[in-house]
Design a protein around this ligand. Sequence first.
Ligand code: ADP
Ligand code: MG
Length: 551
Amino acid sequence: TTVPESQPFQAEVAELLNLMVHSVYSETDIFLRELISNASDACDKLRYEAISAPDLIADGAPPRIRIAPDKKANTLSVVDSGIGMDRQELVDNLGTIARSGTKSFISRLTEAKDGANLIGQFGVGFYAAFMVAERIVVTSRRAGSDQVFVWSSSGGSGFEIAPASDEDAQRVTRGTEIVLHLKKEAAKYLETYEIERIVRAYSDNIQFPIELVPEEGEPRQINSASALWQRPRSELTPEDYKQAYQQVAGAFDEPAMTLHYRAEGRQSYAVMLFAPSTKPFDLFDQARKGKVKLYVRRVFIADDADVLPAYLRFIRGVIDSEDLPLNISREMLQNNPQLTQIRKAVTGRVISELESLGEKEPEAFAKIWDAFGPVIKEGIWEDFERREKLLGLSRFTTTKGEKRTLKQYVDDLRPNQTDIYYLTGESVERLKSNPKLESATARGIEVLLLTDPVDAFWTSAPLDFGGKPLKSLSQGDIDFALIPLLEEKTEDKAESGADEATTIALIKDALGERVSDVRASQRLTSSASCLVAGGGAHDRMLERLLAMQNK
Ligand code: ADP
Ligand code: MG
């Protein structure tokens, strides 16, 4: 036999395990959900690979998941007949966390008092098993391989990896066996009723059969193993949807929006999508990857098929097509005309669902907007076709209040007001004391106060809403002359106009090349002067952002 080789965990994994062991997260039940979800993913991957390599399932054994408690040995095993892992995959998948942003997230987690809440945003996955196990042994055979490897770890700083003994290799014919040596305080997970309870609560709608293997008696299936999205809405309860959402998203929160329907016609497909009510930690990841899983006739194809545009990347769920070819490669997905149609239809549907949620359930919509508004606004910039719709969906803090819509803004226009005005800046407080607001305030003109970094981008596109152009108060050509003041000032205007020309000449001399022009303005009422960008020039906030990026 070969001596096992020891390897260290990636630093982030070691830190995460340390957190798990000291149990920042009190809901230990979820370890089982995580292992079952991995087992289910492994079965999905096997079915997908078997489309082009039918030999992989030539033995006829259907993909399934088994859970076996053993009180004498004090172990709980979760076994799947899925795709399995080879040596390198064991090392990579169970020794590192590949998701970018992990490092900074984990250090936030270590510092935070409410680590338990934060960890839900992250999805601890496999490592959650260390909450209940003092030692974990994973034996795995990649489908089609004649080699079997054993990965084992007691948490801490590393793991061991070695080829399996003959006995182990005979037992694991395909897929992965995970054996948890339970901590004393986790002995309850050996009780069959506990296992059944947890599976029903978290994993009932896993597509593959989950079988409980009692110490005595025959294995029996303990989940309903149906593809939930294929069932009619009338059969499903809010609890079903919550479970489906938490399952598919690996999340702990409640969905703020659920969209479930079947499209029939030129194409048939089932759609079950959710908007979370809280932000995941990697929302602003550069890759901007979507998280909607694509299935074809119940067979999983890809979880990053870009079914929705990047600015809807927070939406989670499943789309299951009846018409796409099963053997479509992930590379071909990009240009498949059928998928392009689905993409377009589903995107439109998600947006109109958000619209009606905004009208009918403003509180649920507010959760989505607070968590994902800055992401949705990316669409104003990049989705030309749906620009006006997305503007309509947006909620703004303005000089008149919070969560204002542009529709409300336009309904409240002042006499002779033809434009929608905004200011961009770092915070609402700072914007409120901006001298550029003075003249607008004096005339009762509402101004959008934009403080998300993304605001500088979408506002740099030429925009209008309901035929009213959006204009920055920081730009040069704003003229409020025709809009009446709320109350006329009694000051003598003629007097102050007298030496205007001299004053401007003096200031121009002093500032020289640093400004392109100096003008008298009606924009200010109590401040003496302010800086503006020339008409048509970039807004100042964007200028600063661009300058930062060029450094
Ligand atoms: P995630 O599921 O979000 O990728 P996990 O920590 O749950 O993160 O799992 C890490 C990786 O380990 C998975 O992506 C998968 O590649 C691999 N893995 C875990 N469990 C299994 C299993 N039962 N069969 C095959 N691969 C697995
Ligand atoms: Mg997982």
